[in-house]
Design a protein around this ligand. Structure first.
Ligand SMILES: NC(=O)c1ccc[n+]([C@@H]2O[C@H](COP(=O)([O-])OP(=O)(O)OC[C@H]3O[C@@H](n4cnc5c(N)ncnc54)[C@H](O)[C@@H]3O)[C@@H](O)[C@H]2O)c1
Length: 347
């Protein structure tokens, strides 16, 4: 069997999910891991029994390597993707695609020019609850959507800003506006925005927003709290209500409301209410659906497998650079709306 040989760029918090996914996919092989912090690369390489380096050229000059996974701070997604494309490697890039539209466009055009695939990793699309939601929306279980709300109330500990959730790598980019591109919206809600647009086929066409930094440690430049209103291409309205300095938290949820019912995702368990009696659900009451728990690994694995199969079968990347760019445009428009205190139309 032909195996797709992969290099992993960036060995911090999220890298473990990729190393584990590549270990579990028969058609793929992790060949080398790379991080500018040598010790961090050595730790991951040692754990998975693969080569490690702190020099990107060791990965890009290796003719055996078919693809790279880019899992580095956001401002580096573009330069590394572009170098990888020029070296003839397919690229799976972590979200968000980039921190500016110009960078995202350049990544897309360079990958096209080089004839390599560019995928953007919105892993939440592969969560079992997202897949189930897609099936139910296809059957119009909740009818015509008129409201979408996305909520995240969490608390990011002080250590998050320097060590992420796992502490695998000590970095300082998350709180730096130019390096991360933003806080809770860019970091967390880009997932939810991508998910709802993918599930419903709707686009965000107009936004208004207010945001600020209220409780994060000194030096954190990005917003920790944000509220936004959204207008969708079918006329539906929606909102974002987010804070990562909410003591006690209360989690995340994405709610879709339609003229035949409602659906709540991301929160566990997934719940659906439908007034229709011709769907495989109990009508006129809340249905709690088994949604596969919170096993991040299994849905990362599905996402990586889908991209690997696209490479092997020479199909377009399942989540394209254009998908990533569309989501980034929405995120940046929300920031613009808040910054300028006005409603922003997304063309
Ligand atoms: N942490 C998570 O749970 C999570 C989840 C989903 C997605 N992501 C995304 O994954 C990406 C990485 O996030 P993270 O949390 O793993 O960050 P991190 O800071 O933990 O790890 C990033 C790693 O990249 C390395 N690095 C910096 N510059 C580099 C360069 N030029 N070449 C190679 N390596 C370099 C750093 O040394 C660090 O080890 C981001 O796009 C983030 O949004 C993270």
């Amino acid at each position: 069997m032909k195996k797709v040989k992969a290099g992993l760029i960036g060995c911090g918090d999220v890298s473990l999910r990729y190393a584990e996914a590549l270990r579990d996919i028969d058609a793929a092989e992790l060949v080398i891991v790379m991080d500018t912090q040598k010790q961090v690369a050595e730790n991951l390489g040692g754990e998975f029994g693969v080569a490690c380096t702190d020099d990107l050229d060791d990965v890009l000059s290796d003719r055996e390597i078919d693809m790279v996974i880019v899992a580095v701070p956001h401002y580096l997604h573009a330069p590394i993707t572009i170098r990888a494309a020029r070296a003839g490697k397919h690229v799976m890039c972590e979200k968000p695609i980039a921190t500016t539209v110009a960078d995202g466009e350049k990544m897309i055009s360079e990958c096209k020019k080089a004839g390599v695939k560019l995928g953007v990793n919105y892993a939440l699309r592969y969560h079992p609850a997202s897949v189930k939601a897609g099936e139910l929306l296809e059957k119009e279980a909740i009818g015509k959507i008129f409201n979408i709300s996305m909520v995240l109330f969490g608390f990011k500990e002080e250590t998050y800003w320097s060590r992420g959730y796992s502490g695998r790598s000590v970095t300082d980019w998350r709180g730096n506006r130019s390096q991360s591109g933003g806080g809770v919206l860019m970091m967390n809600f880009s997932h939810y925005i991508d998910l709802i647009c993918c599930l419903t086929g709707l686009e965000v066409i107009r936004v208004a927003a207010e945001y600020g930094t209220y409780g994060s440690p000194d030096g954190v430049e990005v917003e920790d709290t944000l509220n936004a209103t959204l207008k969708f291409s079918n006329g539906a309205v929606g909102g974002i209500n987010a804070s990562t300095v909410a003591h006690g938290g209360s989690g995340s949820r994405v709610c879709l409301m339609g003229d035949r019912g409602q659906m709540t995702l991301v929160a566990e368990p997934m719940k659906v209410y439908t007034t229709r009696d011709d769907i495989d659900l109990v009508p006129n009451e809340w249905n709690e659906l088994p949604s596969g728990g919170d096993s991040a690994l299994s849905f990362y694995c599905e996402m990586v497998k889908d991209f690997i199969n696209a490479v092997l079968e020479d199909r377009p990347a399942p989540i394209s650079g254009e998908d990533g760019l569309k989501c980034l445009q929405t995120v940046l428009s929300i920031y613009q709306a808040g910054r300028e205190g006005r409603v922003v139309e997304i063309l």
